[in-house]
Design a protein around this ligand. Structure first.
Ligand SMILES: [Zn+2]
Length: 374
């Protein structure tokens, strides 16, 4: 798997990654705190002190988000659900599961652990602010109070019962537990998540025209992100159900047209791509599978050189290809494709090419099954 962003470290086998987009949010938070929040709340604060407090507050805030994700991750590990990594990115954090939990009870506990952690953190910070008020400077007091308040906001936001938020996952677990139908439960919370996403975007627009441009834009983007996640959450479950127990050999394209490594790109384009309209061809040399050539690899070569460039010069050689076996579960293959960022994979049986599986094949299969109700 490709590593996303910077690696901060790892704990219990879980990589902690910092996506580059996180820096945008960090700078934005510090900027808003230093220019608006602290100067408005503390009288006579110097510019330097305001920026210092803002950086500390922002770091504590992101530390709180990291703890929230760790709570999810540790709860998951306790229930034998593998977490590959925790990523901090522009919209917060994400504890990436290698596979979704298979029992409603597990999902409920894993989803609930995050908000519970944020709630405890929030109460601790607020309590510290309350108890230490007379002992610490106004600056420290404001930071403690603010981080406590943000953690409580985080709980409220995350408990909104729409997928992919924690509250949505918890609600899904409850409906799933009582109905036994994961797909139906996911559809309900995915719809709720989409409604909430639209509400956020709409509110963002109002806030934007109300004059708070940055906050408005952030809300709109968060709404767009949630909308996308809510949709894909349902889609993944539909895929998982539609593909469970289906080996890839049932879906793949068998006997694909193949090309020889020595033919020119011009020949390849005219005789193969235009005639068959596939976007990739396996390359075979005397019955041996040696690589895969894709349309974008041709596009990368200057048209004038097509005559003199051979397929073997541009193809992805077999050693560099990920391949799958005919009995692999189609859902696992789809996951592998998403992970590798590839649209199609060769299917090999004991080293011999027997077919090609593409994302399109998989999706069409699920679509047909849905249409025919089988
Ligand atoms: Zn969470």
């Amino acid at each position: 798997m490709q590593k996303q962003g910077l690696t901060l470290g790892s704990y219990r086998g879980i990589r902690i990654g910092l996506d580059y987009s996180w820096f945008i949010m960090f700078v934005l938070v510090v900027f808003i705190l230093a220019n608006y929040f602290f100067p408005q709340n503390i009288e006579g604060l110097s510019v330097g002190a305001s920026w210092l407090l803002s950086v500390i507050a922002a770091l504590l805030f992101f530390f709180s988000i990291l703890m929230h994700e760790f709570a999810h991750a540790i709860a998951a590990q306790k229930r034998n659900v593998d977490i590959s990594e925790i990523i901090l990115f522009i919209f917060g954090g994400l504890a990436k599961m290698k596979k979704e939990p298979e029992r409603a009870r597990d999902e409920f506990v894993i989803a609930g652990a995050g908000p519970l952690c944020s709630f405890i953190l929030g109460v601790m910070f607020l309590l510290a602010a309350f108890l230490l008020e007379s002992m610490v400077s106004t600056g420290v007091y404001s930071v403690l109070w603010y981080i406590g308040y943000l953690n409580i906001l985080l709980v409220i936001f995350n408990m909104v019962p729409g997928f992919p938020l924690d509250g949505g996952r918890m609600l899904r677990a409850v409906i799933w537990h009582y109905s036994g139908n994961l797909r139906k439960s996911t559809r309900i919370v995915s719809n709720l998540g989409q409604i909430f996403a639209f509400f956020l975007m709409f509110t963002g627009v109002l806030v934007l025209f109300g004059g708070s441009v940055i906050v408005g834009v952030v809300w709109i983007f968060v709404g767009m992100f949630l909308l996308q996640s809510a949709k894909s959450g349902y889609y993944m479950v539909a895929m998982r159900e539609g593909l469970s127990g289906i080996p890839v050999k049932k879906i793949m394209t068998t006997n694909p047209s193949t090309v020889h490594p020595d033919i020119s790109l011009r020949n390849l384009v005219n005789e193969y791509f235009f005639k068959n309209r596939f976007s990739c061809f396996p390359v075979m040399k005397r019955d041996e599978f040696v690589g895969l050539v894709e349309i974008n690899q041709i596009k990368a070569v200057d048209r004038a050189k097509w005559e003199f460039t051979r397929v073997s010069d541009v193809m992805t050689p077999r050693e560099a290809l990920r391949t799958v076996e005919p009995d692999t579960d189609a859902y696992d293959v789809l996951m592998q494709m998403i992970d590798a960022g590839s649209g199609r994979l060769p299917v090999l049986d004991k080293g011999e090419l027997i077919g090609i599986i593409s994302r399109k094949d998989i999706m069409q299969f699920v679509e047909f099954r849905e249409t025919l109700g089988t």
